[in-house]
Write a protein of this length. Structure first.
Length: 416
């Protein structure tokens, strides 16, 4: 007697994802990044400067607020990923969390717009991270649910393109909206509208109620323990992503202050927008091509390695060539490297997942490697800038950390 077929949600996909589905998923992903990076690039820095008490450095205020939000992100992403794995809604495992996350994120951005104290600012940003990570965890898990291995580099490339366009759009909205409050409201509106086509137009494979794992807290928490000994490729891939993202986070955290206090740009807000746009142009030139090329030759490691090396060179420019032309060149090189890294590393990560039933949870654990650098970067950056040599030393440290991450990708054995 043959075993019953596994439900669609728990099988490895074989049919290529369609263009409409990929476009809608990418738009929803970009909308989430608008909700994150309008605040991170511009609005939180301006808010921190306004609300910092006399005698308290704005850098320290920004560091603690963004660090607190990153802690929430680090917990929320795997938690909501695990919950989506267990969701047996007729609308699918992922879609309900995408919708709830973007609606909650938009509401949190509205609350953050009205924050008049540092406590209110910190709580608002933590709520933004909590809710948008629910949506992001579901969107990330939808890729291994629906996309075969040989297409994941390309789909990762389109998601990466949407990510950087979201960063640019968020930065642009925050810059031109006409103030901190208007910037938050504009980002909130875009976050909701961008996710609607995916939520309304595309079917998400449903998990039959009889196949849903029991939602017990002890079992849920135990599932987050992934043994590096049993899954060494996953561990090395996680460490590679963490170190490269940490180097990138150190390079970007104080960009507004770097332009204002080191390069003495007359319009640092506009300078951030220009650098973000330059970065976006070069990133868009490599992110999709890198993913397609990686799919075509069937290899991931060389792309991740050389992307990390290029990003290291770019960060080194910020340390050694502290001029506006130097910043422009660094932004361009960072875009080239991060574009390839974004698409190919994502595809690599989906190929080291232990089990189809836990894709959301496992990708959430992997995504800690995106959030944890946001916690570690302020802890490292603030004392370096204030007491240990300033921005030159900060960017030198960032370059060294990113290079180490790039080299460690060679320790992965199961993915070429």
């Amino acid at each position: 007697m043959s075993r019953p077929a596994a439900p669609e949600a728990l099988t490895e996909p074989t049919e290529r994802a369609g263009r409409g589905w990929t476009a809608a998923l990418s738009l929803a992903n970009g909308a989430i990044w608008v909700g994150w990076y309008g605040p991170l690039q511009i609005l939180l820095a301006l808010q921190a400067a306004e609300l910092a008490p006399p005698g308290t450095a704005k850098e320290s205020v920004l560091a603690w607020v963004t660090g607190a939000g990153a802690v929430v992100s680090m917990v929320a992403n795997p938690l909501f990923g695990a919950l989506s794995d267990r969701t047996a809604s007729r609308f699918g495992r992922r879609t309900p969390w995408v919708l709830a996350g973007v609606l909650g994120g938009a509401g949190a951005l509205v609350l953050l717009a009205g924050a008049g104290t540092l406590v209110g600012m910190a709580l608002g940003w933590c709520l933004v991270q909590l809710t948008l990570n629910a949506a992001f965890a579901a969107i990330t898990a939808a890729v291994p649910d629906r996309v075969p291995h040989g297409q994941r580099g390309a789909v990762g490339g389109w998601l990466g393109a949407a990510q950087i366009l979201g960063v640019v759009a968020g930065t642009g909205l925050a810059t031109v909206a006409g103030g901190v409050v208007a910037g938050y409201l504009a980002c909130a509106g875009f976050t909701v509208l961008g996710a609607l086509p995916y939520v309304l137009l595309h079917r998400d494979p449903a998990l039959p109620a009889g196949r849903r794992p029991a939602l017990r807290l002890r079992a849920l928490l135990a599932g987050f323990r992934i043994s590096p000994r049993r899954h060494p490729d996953l561990a090395w891939a996680w460490l590679t992503r963490f170190l490269i993202n940490l180097g990138n986070a150190l390079a970007l955290l104080y960009l507004l202050y770097y332009l204002r206090d080191v390069l003495h740009r007359p319009d640092p807000d506009g300078g951030v927008l220009v650098l973000t746009a330059v970065n976006a142009v070069t990133l868009l030139g490599t992110v999709v091509i890198g993913g397609f090329w990686s799919d075509r030759i069937g290899r991931r490691q060389p792309f991740v390695l050389w992307a990390g090396v290029i990003m290291t060179v770019a960060t080194g420019l910020l340390a050694g060539w502290q001029t506006w032309p130097g910043a422009l060149c660094a932004a361009a090189l960072l875009g080239v490297g991060f574009g390839v890294f974004t698409s190919v590393d994502f595809a690599l990560m989906t190929q080291v997942l232990p089990a189809a039933a836990d894709r959301g949870k496992d990708l959430g654990v992997i995504n800690i490697a995106n959030a944890l650098p946001q916690v570690a970067a302020p802890v490292l950056a603030a004392p370096i800038v204030q007491h240990l040599g300033g921005y030159r030393v900060l960017y030198g440290v960032a370059a060294a950390i990113g290079l180490l991450g790039a080299l460690l990708v060679r320790r992965i054995r199961g993915v070429a």
